[in-house]
Design a protein around this ligand. Structure first.
Ligand code: SF4
Length: 257
């Protein structure tokens, strides 16, 4: 699938996440300080260079996300968000929501917020993402990673959103590098959705539907045309949308220099 020109950027925090999601892309990344040891963003190498690269590509939207840690585990997230705003960027947050309730004033300073549904299978008390969406003033997106373990939680989640405030959309993701069984779950769900609902439009080639009044996007990363620039707080810069692959390639090139 040919990708579009990058139209947003990510700042990927690195650290030690308190969760251990089986599909986490960051397990192989060696730089994983404890949250208290994550250096302040004033000391992150190449950040200014990356922001200049974004401006040069006319990208004005940056998401704060994490590769092996959640951004809400970083203490000075507000300071970073403010500085990016002052630099002329719109700033989005991508979080598992574990600390969103206690930091809701900071969360609400973002221009958009993406919550990832946390499964009861690997978190004893997962946050209530329906409650978080209702408490968040910025437009929200909810991501649901479809696996054999999580599928049983999908319809109850959709059902809970049927009344009251909804996210801008629910993104159902095919797990990256998942097992055959995980991939089959997604494919079966996609096929059944297509039988019962009319596909309305495509976003970056991903099909979208309306289910119980909520927009639902079926997201298979390799089959979309989405594209972004990526920065990692150890100073690595990647022009690849594929996060870990791009990180590893950029690091290998850096070592050769
Ligand atoms: S919450 Fe995110 S960073 Fe943490 S283990 Fe899960 S996928 Fe990885």
């Amino acid at each position: 699938m040919r990708r579009r020109e990058p139209f947003f950027a990510n700042i990927n925090l690195l650290g030690r996440c308190e969760l251990d999601c089986p599909f986490c892309l960051g397990h192989s990344v060696p730089f994983a300080p404890s949250p208290k040891e994550i250096p302040n963003h004033q000391d992150w190498p190449n950040l200014d260079k990356f922001l200049d690269r974004c401006r040069g590509r006319e990208i004005d939207r940056i998401n704060l996300t994490g590769l092996n840690v959640d951004p809400l585990q970083y203490e000075d997230l507000s300071g970073l968000c403010n500085e990016l705003h002052e630099g002329g960027f719109k700033v989005g947050l991508r979080t598992n929501g574990l600390h969103a309730r206690e930091r809701m004033a900071e969360v609400n300073a973002f221009d958009s917020v993406g919550y990832t549904h946390v499964s009861k299978k690997w978190c004893a008390s997962p946050p209530d993402v329906v409650d978080l969406v209702r408490a968040t003033t910025a437009p929200t997106r909810v991501s649901f990673v479809m696996t054999e373990q999580t599928i049983g939680e999908l319809w109850p989640l959709i059902w809970k959103f049927r009344a009251g405030k909804k996210p801008k959309y629910l993104q159902i993701r095919k797990v990256w590098g998942g097992s055959d069984a995980d991939c089959a779950m997604f494919d079966q769900f996609a096929a059944s959705l297509d039988v019962d609902h009319k596909m309305e439009e495509r976003f970056c080639e991903a099909p979208t539907y309306t289910v119980l009044g909520m927009k639902v996007v079926l997201w298979t990363t390799v089959e979309t045309t989405a594209n972004s620039l990526n920065y990692f707080i150890d100073g690595t810069i990647s022009d690849e949308y594929v996060i870990v692959g791009g990180y590893n390639v950029a690091r290998a090139l850096e070592r050769k220099r």
